[in-house]
Design a protein around this ligand. Structure first.
Ligand code: 3IX
Length: 221
């Protein structure tokens, strides 16, 4: 075996001499938004027409990697409305979700958290995209495990929606294997229409169910 990368002699011309750039001060990257809501944030409000607790939320888009049924290798996550602005969801780790042998990939687990947190916005009839998401991985999650997810919205500040989630293994009351905090940013439906690839957007706009699902969230009371 050759020397480790740390001990290997540097190749000519590979030294990086540029000054350290702080993400917080670079004009190209705005500073990170804190995951802690500001003091003047308000409590989230459940929309009066939000589905009753226990109701399955269904997929927002059939080809969504998280909740869609059309992708064979997707997560096929099933979320249910909870009390207030909370949801529960289940995701079964499949062999195609492995990172290390027999264990779920961390990015896949983060996707499951992201999807669950994203579905909270439905209960407020708000369309929002993930702005920031931080995950803690506390236990390894083997293939075939059912991850029991529980998410709630904690605060809203302007277009920023603060939420957190945990994922338990060994049952809905089992130990926490993953947890996350997120800030979602409310957007108009045009966010998708203007930015999505043309062929998928056209197909979505030709699907009356998809248009209904997207438009239903546009008008807040
Ligand atoms: C008819 C066909 C329609 C088809 C549509 C189909 C279905 C639609 C329905 C529902 C689907 C909705 C979501 C999907 C649900 C679940 C999936 C999981 C969720 C995801 O996986 S989703 C993908 C990953 N996600 C992105 O792809 C975002 C990329 N990004 C951007 O598109 C922009 O970056 C954006 C829009 C985020 C902001 O841009 P912007 O210009 O609108 O915002 P702006 O600068 O005005 O900031 C306003 C305030 O947000 C703060 N802020 C801004 N950016 C932030 C950040 N990143 N983190 C934390 N805070 C942030 C500022 O600090 C300011 O805060 P303050 O007001 O306090 O100053």
């Amino acid at each position: 075996m050759g020397p480790s990368l740390a001990r290997r002699a540097r190749l000519p011309g590979t030294a990086v001499r540029s000054a350290a750039v702080s993400a917080a001060t670079s004009p190209e990257t705005p500073p990170e938004t804190s995951l802690v809501p500001p003091d003047d944030a308000v409590a989230p409000v459940r929309h009066p027409e939000a589905p009753a607790p226990g109701t399955p939320l269904g997929a927002h888009y059939d080809h969504c990697f998280g909740c869609g049924q059309a992708l064979p290798h997707g997560l096929h996550l099933q979320a249910h409305a909870g009390e207030g602005v909370s949801v529960t969801a289940e995701f079964t780790v499949k062999p195609q979700h492995q990172g290390a042998p027999g264990l779920a990939h961390g990015g896949v687990l983060t996707s499951a958290l992201d999807e669950t947190l994203g579905s909270l916005n439905w209960l407020m009839h708000s369309i929002a995209v993930t702005g920031r998401l931080e995950t803690d991985f506390l236990l390894p999650v083997p293939v075939d495990t059912v991850l029991h997810l529980d998410a709630r919205c904690t605060a809203v500040h302007g277009r920023k929606i603060y939420s957190d989630a945990v994922g338990r293994i060994g049952g809905p009351k089992g130990p926490i294997a993953v947890r996350a905090k997120a800030v979602f940013i409310e957007v108009k439906v045009e966010h998708f229409i203007d930015n999505g690839r043309k062929e998928e957007i056209e197909a979505a706009m030709e699907d009356p169910d998809q248009v209904r699902r997207a438009r239903a969230f546009e008008v807040n009371p």
